[in-house]
Design a binder for this molecule. Structure first.
Ligand code: 6PG
Length: 482
């Protein structure tokens, strides 16, 4: 009797995904490089007649029904390439390898092309939701060999988070590395969401002088409204969590943020595609700045700039803060979906943005009620040129931008860093400005480098050069953009 799917890699995500699949009735073969881990699992948490452990790769592969489905839940990077190499001698044409880790989409493109040459199928899939998501239902974002989708559709659909309307948080994303690209953007958005929440927390603490209990109450209150999301929910819990001595644990946690790289990849992809992704970029840099605690301590001791006491109405300011956070979040998703739109066009992936918003509604780290509005904005064939131009978002920003300004003005005066909120407003104001100062920028480029400019009184695409000093020649530089 052969098993339905094989899972290689029994770290946190792998183990929990195996248990999840087995609980849905699928028989699973498991393999881990360190075989004692496999034995411990199948004799412990994984003791179940649906779960079968193997210590040799050949036996693991042989245990699977054909075409074989082998899902790797490994650390991204070299371990994935190495495991694929180890698998290859035992696979046959038509077999499918799935990478469920946080791999870079460039690697997924490369692996897919290499395996296609050998007649093998490949899927790179995002799996979001952390430990609990993997066990109870993550959001799953597969992409790669289109022929492979029917081979995993049922398993992935059954294993993913289920929404109240009966739909599941899994959908086919597209060819090549589309699945991992979408997961990467999910993580970039996650970085932005987290930093925005952290800025609101600092504003409450350092501008409004609120204590943990009042901060907790505010997040708990926001959780009842438009901001309802997993990240706000856990933030409310974190802000009320006490250490063993009864003091707030949050005060004892070092303010040095870690990161594993998916936020940086998202920013790199945006730079490559020439898409403004300023909010997520700021969230990555905010982590970088935070991690250098020694330097910040030195600077804090060097500059003596007092924080003026807040003398306004705290409740009014909290209302502004909630609205500002929501508006900034909308702008972050606008930029994130702008990147998805650009990638879809550039790589010809045919991404379905409404479907992406829907499968992020449950299971994943950025799950939130507000994603329904995004699904609505991208419903049908005609997308808005920019998410902010969809009626719901236009209306919300029209009403809410004043709160964003209020919070930023107050925060700036108080000397509180609000990089992501600031980036959101700068983008919004830039987007809605008919005439930006880029006319001057083009003139500067033409002045010092003969880079040429277009004119407002001539059609686009006609290029002009001015001999600004009277001493330059007629030779112009070539134009290229992005
Ligand atoms: C998820 C998360 C996960 C990510 C962690 C840590 O969707 O379940 O995005 O994939 O690895 O959140 O990321 P950082 O260490 O970069 O913060």
């Amino acid at each position: 009797m052969k098993q339905t799917i094989g899972i290689a890699g029994l770290a946190v995500m792998g183990e929990n995904l195996v248990l999840n699949m087995a609980s849905k009735g699928y028989s699973v073969s498991v393999y881990n490089r360190t075989s004692s881990k496999t034995e411990k699992f199948v004799n412990g948490r994984g003791k179940n007649d649906k779960i079968h452990g193997f210590t040799e790769i050949k036996d693991f592969v042989d245990s699977l029904e054909r075409p074989r489905r082998i899902m790797m839940m490994l650390k991204a990077g070299n371990p994935v390439d190495q495991f694929i190499e180890q698998l290859l001698p035992f696979l046959e044409a038509g077999d499918l390898i799935i990478d469920g880790g946080n791999s870079n989409y460039h690697d997924t493109n490369r692996r897919l092309a290499m395996l296609r040459e050998r007649g093998l199928l490949y899927i790179g899939t995002g799996v979001s939701g952390g430990e609990e998501g993997a066990l109870k239902g993550p959001s799953i974002m597969p992409g790669g060999s289109a022929e492979a989708w029917p081979l995993v559709k049922d398993i992935f659909t059954a294993t993913s988070a289920q929404l109240e309307d009966g739909s599941s948080c899994c959908a086919w994303m597209g060819p090549e590395g589309a699945g991992h690209f979408v997961k990467m953007v999910h993580n970039g958005i996650e970085y932005g969401d987290m930093q925005l929440i952290c800025e609101a927390y600092q504003f409450m603490k350092d501008v409004l002088g609120m204590d943990h209990s009042a901060i907790h109450d505010t997040f708990a209150n926001w959780q009842q409204g438009d901001l309802n999301s997993y990240l706000i929910e856990i933030t409310a819990e974190i802000t009320s969590h006490k250490d063993e001595d009864g003091a707030p644990l949050l005060d004892k946690i070092l303010d040095a943020a870690g990161q594993k790289g998916t936020g940086k990849w998202t920013v790199n992809a945006a730079l490559d595609s020439g898409v403004p992704l300023s909010l997520i970029s700021e969230s990555v840099f905010a982590r970088c700045l935070s991690s250098n605690t020694e330097l910040r301590t030195l600077a804090a001791d060097t500059f003596h700039i007092p924080t003026p006491a807040f003398d306004g109405n705290v409740q009014h300011m909290l209302d502004h803060l909630g609205t500002a956070l929501y508006c900034a979040k909308i702008i972050s998703y606008t930029q994130g979906f702008g990147l998805l739109q650009a990638a879809s066009q550039e790589f010809n992936w045919g991404l379905d943005f409404a479907s992406i918003a829907r499968i992020w509604r449950g299971g994943c780290i950025i799950r939130s009620v507000f994603l329904d509005h995004i699904a609505e904005a991208y419903q049908g064939d005609k997308y808005p040129a920019n998410m902010l131009l969809a009626p719901y978002f236009t209306d919300t920003l029209q009403k809410g931008h004043a709160s964003l300004r209020e919070v930023l003005a107050t925060g700036v005066k108080a000397g509180i860093p609000l990089p992501c909120h600031s980036a959101s407003l700068a983008y919004f104001d830039g987007l809605r400005t008919k005439r930006l100062p880029a006319n001057l920028l083009q003139a500067q480029r033409d002045y010092f480098g003969a880079h040429m400019y277009e004119r407002t009184d001539r059609p686009r695409g006609e290029w002009f050069h001015t001999n600004w000093t009277g001493t330059g020649g007629d030779t112009t530089s070539t134009a290229y953009s992005k």
